[in-house]
Design a protein around this ligand. Structure first.
Ligand SMILES: Cc1cc2nc3c(=O)[nH]c(=O)nc-3n(C[C@H](O)[C@H](O)[C@H](O)COP(=O)(O)O)c2cc1C
Ligand SMILES: Nc1ncnc2c1ncn2[C@@H]1O[C@H](COP(=O)(O)OP(=O)(O)OP(=O)(O)O)[C@@H](O)[C@H]1O
Length: 142
């Protein structure tokens, strides 16, 4: 049984999330997902939806076998618990594949890290693009 792990914020689900998760699932048999904690989303604007709601939505997807909230302090903790064979990183997620693999190896986790390519063009496959569109249509600021 090959376990694949995907990670992300998953704020306001959209088809880009499905493309990423379905490509990740194809790499193995079981798909695990770690949903980022609100306090750890520092690389982009704070999520609109609270972490419990983001988790509930991801967990409800048919292709997802197990979804959990990440740890607040130790991001390797859930990885140690899940023990995945492969970690799938989204095409625009801010990780260097080789560096991440080495960091995990130093943590005692010998696994493969794979980058998922962008599947096709999808203009609203980004939470920020959706939020900006709503703001534009409703007369708010970008
Ligand atoms: C292997 C791995 C483990 C992670 N573990 C956690 C964690 O325990 N807690 C957390 O808040 N974020 C964790 N993250 C980070 C988030 O899920 C992160 O937001 C995401 O990978 C970056 O994608 P995004 O651009 O969708 O936020 C982890 C990421 C990776 C790659
Ligand atoms: N066309 C696509 N093909 C494959 N993966 C995609 C596609 N569009 C989006 N994704 C992936 O879906 C995931 C979206 O998750 P994430 O939680 O980062 O939201 P986001 O909508 O990209 O957020 P933001 O717009 O705030 O950066 C990313 O990992 C991204 O790589």
């Amino acid at each position: 049984m090959v376990k694949v792990l995907a990670t992300g914020t998953f704020d306001i689900l959209h088809p880009g999330h499905l493309l990423y998760l379905s490509e990740a699932k194809k790499l193995g048999d079981e798909l695990y997902v770690i949903v980022a904690r609100d306090v750890n989303v520092l690389h982009k604007p704070k999520p609109i939806l609270p972490e419990e709601q983001r988790l509930e939505m991801v967990r409800s997807l048919r292709i997802v076998d197990h979804a959990v909230l990440g740890d607040r302090e130790d991001k390797w903790k859930p990885v140690r618990e899940i023990k995945p064979d492969i970690i799938a990183i989204g095409y625009d997620q801010h990780f260097d594949i080789k560096e991440l693999e080495m960091e995990l190896f130093r943590e005692g986790l010998d696994l493969k890290v794979v980058r998922i390519e962008q599947s096709n063009s999808c203009p609203l496959c980004s939470s920020r693009a959706i939020i900006n569109r709503i703001l534009r249509l409703k007369g708010g600021e970008k």
